[in-house]
Write a protein of this length. Structure first.
Length: 121
């Protein structure tokens, strides 16, 4: 696949893909005879994985560390710990968001009551 096709498939900019390659978050992408990037399934899998980690809020620096651990072929415990930590952070964010939603729901449910009180006063 070309960089244009990959960017469309994953909803990423071409600049993001180039940056991830430059930062070695994804493996070096093969080039065709004209020097254009040609992505295969291996790179696509990495792009998907990196995108998931970014959506989970993981910083590029931590993703780079994770990828380096993987490429070194070691530290599966450390990689698992990074994923576990990120998951735990997401869970906390979800709880915070749920509390905010609950509060907004309360305010919405009682909005008309508050208006009536102010209009009568």
């Amino acid at each position: 696949m070309t960089i244009k096709e990959i960017s469309q498939e994953f909803g990423l900019t071409k600049d993001t893909l180039r940056y991830w390659e430059k930062e070695k978050l994804i493996p070096p992408v093969k080039r065709d005879e004209n020097g254009y990037r040609v992505y295969d399934q291996y790179e696509e899998n990495w792009i998907f994985y990196i995108k998931v980690l970014r959506k989970a809020g993981m910083q590029v620096k931590r993703i780079k560390y994770f990828v380096n651990l993987y490429r070194d072929g070691s530290s599966s415990d450390r990689r698992k710990r990074l994923l576990t930590d990120q998951r735990d952070q997401l869970k906390k964010r979800m709880l915070d968001i749920q509390k905010t939603i609950n509060y907004l729901n309360y305010k919405i449910d009682h909005f008309d009551d508050h208006l009536l009180t102010f209009e009568k006063g």
